[in-house]
Design a protein around this ligand. Sequence first.
Ligand code: TMP
Ligand code: ASP
Length: 233
Amino acid sequence: MKLNLIYEGKAKKLYTTEEEDMLIQEFKDDATAFNGLKKDKIAHKGELNNQISIAIFEHLKTKGIPTHFIKKISDNEMLVKKVSIFKIEVVCRNIAAGSLVKKFGFREGDKLASPLVEYYLKSDELGDPLFSEEHIFALKLADKHDLSVIKKMTLAVNTILIEFFGKRGIDLVDFKLEFGKTQFGNIILADEISPDTCRLWDSQSGKKLDKDRFRFDLGEVEEAYQEIKNRVV
Ligand code: TMP
Ligand code: ASP
């Protein structure tokens, strides 16, 4: 049962439960982009992202990746392990898109020679700037050991998800992960993995099936999320 709301982000809420070490993560229909400048609702996004995230977390578990997911509570809620979240957004890219094109002049759609891992400071006030391992250590957001675990897990998740989506006719362009530490000191995958946090292109047509449809007003936003759900759940 949900007790107290302890966190409300742009797309999710977290509630305490009767269990000290478990939280309920509720997915909202709200969508934002460009650090909250663009705001709207996407019908059924909460339930679609919850169910897509569950299918992916369950698959990752079978491959040995520890995640915060415990069980499904309802269409738009999951029970998760309570963790202390690293203030780092870890992005992994296989194909150039988004800020890689905007900031560094890559051409959209160019395949990268190897996966590119980037770190962004998780701070709405500062606009989530791109930063380096050195900044992470200077800010004491993670130590060397923790960051090497996080990077290895990110690359392992990438390999697993390229295959997972590939079998479903989807190219995994890039994605963002968040990690947390349990009370026992274990690093596990947290947050969500959904069309809000990944770029997913249909392998045949190249059609964008992710939040870029919302960011850039491409239309058929809900349909794209539904298409991903149909292919992964
Ligand atoms: P970017 O190209 O805009 O830097 O985004 C890289 C990936 O990270 C993309 O799959 C979308 C995801 N992402 C988030 O999940 N949250 C964010 O706040 C941003 C900017 C990107
Ligand atoms: N989630 C971020 C925001 O609102 C950015 C994005 O996904 O584009 O603002």
